[in-house]
Design a binder for this molecule. Structure first.
Ligand code: MG
Ligand code: ZN
Length: 387
């Protein structure tokens, strides 16, 4: 059998095409796996953690998909300094779900919110779908104010685990209806379309107003509001990624702490650096680092706020690691970092826990993610679910 013209052409294409695709892929990989922070920010020393103070407020900050390598990458980029380093106590959290080694944000956050392990993709319910009482529910029952600030949709898995109950995190329109009953005082995030562009034609923004919430659709209006019950859904979908979104997550977080403090009885707040996870799924190292840097600057502002307040415990942790990120090279003096991802999904590595303020010593050690709930409840001196 001799070669005809077509078979020669096919052979030539098959020789060339994979090579050109490979070259392109290498270029993309290289672009996404190197990052240099051009302008580092200064990290101010926070005055020392209050000793023997009573605990009035608890701020839980979750970096979604934020493992130790994500934090380390940001640390290199910012020339070897981060606000993270000012936490006085650290621990490690085991993140497995009830039915799966590698968890998702639903089962991960539900464990922290309720003290119970649940199944993959469930939010605020147990392994058979029964509603769980969460930290925001319990805090509210005890007369504390509560708040949730996220950079994703409010109906996304992490905030949903604290304020809603659904066996399936994908049911975001159903999850939105749960906010009508959630009793969370201050809600800030995206996901407006799940409230007002729904298959059932309901206008949950109007229904939330009827429940006594001031409904706000812009970040500026939120930062200028001093109402005690607010639903701020400032985007139809998620908030933009850092640094494009500006300091809005940082500012909304601090404004929320001020609003909650004004209620005087103490509070529980959840602040989520939501989009670290998205950047990890995309294996986008610059995106991961920029998101962690925004989260770290939020931490700096929160620690300063807590130091001035004197009765606030600040806990920072993650629901799981995303991307299986490894750091391979970098330079602290220039802020250059390079790394590699091993998956487009989550990984099963333990995640760090950082604590500062009254009660911080309870967070040292190695424990299940459900213990975060129990430790917080213990510190607030509450009895939960008959325990
Ligand atoms: Mg999340
Ligand atoms: Zn994820």
């Amino acid at each position: 059998m001799g070669f005809n013209r077509t078979s020669v052409l096919v052979a030539v294409i098959s020789l060339y095409f994979p090579a050109s695709v490979m070259a392109q892929a290498d270029q993309t990989v290289k672009d996404n796996l190197q990052y240099t922070l051009q302008v580092p920010y200064p990290v101010e020393k926070i005055s020392s953690s209050p000793k023997k103070a009573r605990i009035k407020n608890v701020v839980l900050m979750i970096g979604d998909g934020m493992g130790l390598t994500q934090v380390s990458a940001a640390w290199i980029a910012n020339r070897g300094q981060l606000y993270f380093e000012q936490f006085t106590h650290t621990g490690l959290s085991k993140t497995t779900a009830a039915n799966k080694l590698i968890t998702d944000s639903g089962a991960g956050a539900t464990a922290m919110a309720s003290g119970q392990k649940t199944i993959y993709h469930a939010v605020g319910v147990d392994t058979v779908g029964r509603d769980l009482a969460t930290l925001t529910d319990i805090a509210h029952k005890k007369g504390l104010a509560t708040g949730i600030v996220v950079a994703c949709s409010l109906t996304d898995a992490t905030p949903a685990s604290f304020a809603a109950n659904n066996i399936d995190r994908e049911e975001e329109e159903e999850i939105a209806t749960d906010f009508l009953e959630s009793k969370v005082d201050i809600l800030f995030g995206g996901g407006r379309r799940f409230f007002n562009r729904r298959k059932d034609q309901r206008d949950l923004l109007k229904e939330m107003e009827d429940k006594g919430y001031e409904v706000i659709t812009s970040s500026t209006d939120f930062l200028n509001s001093s109402q005690s019950k607010i639903l701020a859904v400032v985007e139809n979908g998620q908030l933009d990624i850092a640094p494009k979104r500006g300091p809005v997550f940082q500012e909304a977080s601090i404004h929320t702490l001020n609003l909650l403090k004004a209620r005087k009885k103490g509070f529980f707040a959840l602040l989520e650096g939501s989009r670290i996870d998205d950047m990890g799924h995309m294996n986008n190292l610059p995106g991961v680092v920029e998101e962690v840097l925004d989260f770290d600057q939020t931490i700096g502002r929160v620690l300063k706020w807590a130091a001035a307040d004197g009765e606030t415990l600040v806990i920072v942790t993650a629901d799981h690691e995303t991307g299986g990120l490894t750091l391979l090279d970098g330079d602290i003096s220039t802020g250059r970092v390079s790394g590699k991802f091993s998956t487009g999904g989550h990984s099963g590595v333990l995640v760090p826990v950082y604590a500062w303020g009254p009660g911080a010593e309870l967070f040292t050690g190695i424990y299940e993610n459900t213990e975060l709930f129990h430790k917080i409840i213990t510190l607030l001196g509450k009895k939960v679910n008959g325990e």
